[in-house]
Design a protein around this ligand. Structure first.
Ligand SMILES: Nc1ncnc2c1ncn2[C@@H]1O[C@H](COP(=O)(O)OP(=O)(O)OP(=O)(O)O)[C@@H](O)[C@H]1O
Length: 318
C-alpha cells in the first residue's frame, strides 16, 4: 500500500481538523460481573507516542484487544484513523501495526520468511514486498540474521523481529502491548531506541506498559489508567509538576513511627509514598520549616513519574 493511499482517509476530507489517529469514546468492556474497561475516553493525535501506563488489571490489554478487534466493546465508539472498529477493522488493520505482548512468531520460518508472510497478510502490493521486508530487517537490525530460523534467535532478536513484523507494511499507527515485558535491561534499551525511531518517522504509537521508566522516556504523553479509565493524562513533565512537584524528600524512618509521621505530613496537606521503611514526601520544595524541623534530616531528589504513579494509583512499584 503506498503512502499516498494511506493518507487519503482524512487528509482530504478533514484537512483542518484531522480525526485523532486513535479514538475511544465511552468504551465499556465487561467480563461477566467485572467491568474491565469502564467508560474509557482516549484520543491519540497523529505523530505522538502515547504511553498507556497502569497497574496490573487496569484494563490496558483489554483496550489494546478492542483496538485490534480481537475483542468487542459492549458499548462506546472506537475508531482508528477515522475508521470505526469493528465495522471497518479490515481497513484499519491495513493502516495499523500490531505488536502483541506474547511472542507468536512462526518457529518453522526464517526471519525473512516471517516478515514476508505478513506482507501478504497485510496485502502489500507484490512489487513493494521485497523492499518492505528489507526495510523492516534494517529497522530491527536483523539483516545479517535474515536466513536464521526463528528458533535460533535470542530473546532480544525475537522481540525485535516481532516489532519488525508489525511494521513491515509501513503502518501509520502502531500498537505496542507491553513491548519490553520480561526482557533484560540491555535488550530493553535496544528496543527503546527502535521505538524512539518510529516517533522520529512520524508514526503514531500507542504503547501499553507498566514500566514507568519506559513510559517516562519514550512517551510524548502518558495516560494513566486505573480501574478501566484514564485517571490523568499529560506529558511526563506536566504530570510530575502537577502531582509530585519539583522535589521529593526521603526520610529513613523506623517502621513503628512511619504511620504517625504519615498522618502528620498528610494533615499538613502533603502527599507521601512509602518505599520499604523510607517515607517520601512529595512537593518537598513547599515544606514549611516547622514541618521540616519535626521530620528531621532527609535526602532530597528530583521528582519522577513513579512518584506520580504511586500518588495517583496508590500502587506499589514492582
Ligand atoms: N478474557 C477475560 N475474561 C475475564 N476477565 C478478564 C479477561 N481479560 C481480562 N480480564 C480481567 O479484566 C481486567 C483488566 O485486565 P487487563 O488484562 O486488560 O489489564 P491490564 O491493565 O492489561 O493488566 P496486565 O498488565 O496485568 O495485563 C482484569 O481484572 C482481568 O482479570
Amino acid at each position: 500500500m503506498t503512502s499516498s493511499r494511506l493518507r487519503q482517509p482524512f487528509s482530504e476530507e478533514h484537512a483542518d481538523t484531522p480525526p485523532a489517529a486513535i479514538s475511544l469514546r465511552r468504551v465499556v468492556k465487561r467480563f461477566g460481573t467485572l467491568t474491565a474497561v469502564d467508560g474509557l475516553d482516549l484520543d491519540v493525535p497523529e505523530g505522538i507516542v502515547l504511553g498507556l501506563l497502569g497497574p496490573n488489571g487496569a484494563g490496558k490489554s483489554t483496550t489494546m484487544r478492542m483496538l485490534t478487534a480481537q475483542s468487542r466493546a459492549d458499548s462506546g465508539h472506537i475508531s482508528i484513523l477515522g475508521h470505526p472498529i469493528p465495522q471497518e477493522s479490515k481497513w484499519a488493520r491495513s493502516l495499523m501495526g500490531v505488536v502483541p505482548q506474547h511472542d507468536n512468531l512462526d518457529e518453522e520460518l526464517t526471519v525473512e520468511e516471517n516478515l514476508r508472510v505478513f506482507t501478504h497478510l497485510y496485502r502489500v502490493p507484490r512489487r513493494e514486498r521485497a523492499q518492505c521486508v528489507e526495510q523492516a530487517l534494517g529497522l530491527a537490525h536483523l539483516k545479517d540474521r535474515k536466513d536464521s530460523f526463528t528458533g535460533k534467535l535470542s530473546g532480544g532478536m525475537r522481540r525485535r523481529l516481532l516489532i519488525a513484523r508489525g511494521l513491515v507494511h509501513r503502518p501509520r499507527v502502531v500498537l505496542l502491548d507491553e513491548p519490553t515485558v520480561g526482557l533484560d535491561p540491555q535488550v530493553r534499551q535496544e528496543l527503546w531506541g527502535l521505538i524512539s525511531g518510529l516517533r522520529d518517522d512520524g508514526v503514531t504509537v500507542l504503547m501499553s506498559t507498566h514500566y514507568i521508566e519506559e513510559a517516562e522516556r519514550l512517551s510524548d504523553e502518558v495516560a494513566l489508567m486505573a480501574k478501566g479509565r484514564v485517571i490523568n493524562r499529560g506529558t511526563p513533565a506536566e504530570l510530575i509538576t502537577e502531582f509530585a512537584g519539583k522535589l521529593v524528600e526521603e526520610y529513613a524512618v523506623s517502621l513503628d513511627k512511619i504511620a504517625s509521621l504519615e498522618d502528620m505530613v498528610h494533615a499538613a496537606g502533603f502527599s507521601t509514598r512509602r518505599t520499604g521503611s523510607a517515607l517520601s514526601v512529595l512537593r518537598a520544595e513547599d515544606l514549611p520549616d516547622s514541618l521540616r524541623d519535626r521530620l528531621g534530616a532527609g535526602t532530597r531528589r528530583v521528582s519522577n513519574l513513579e512518584d506520580v504513579f504511586v500518588a495517583l494509583t496508590g500502587e506499589r512499584v514492582e
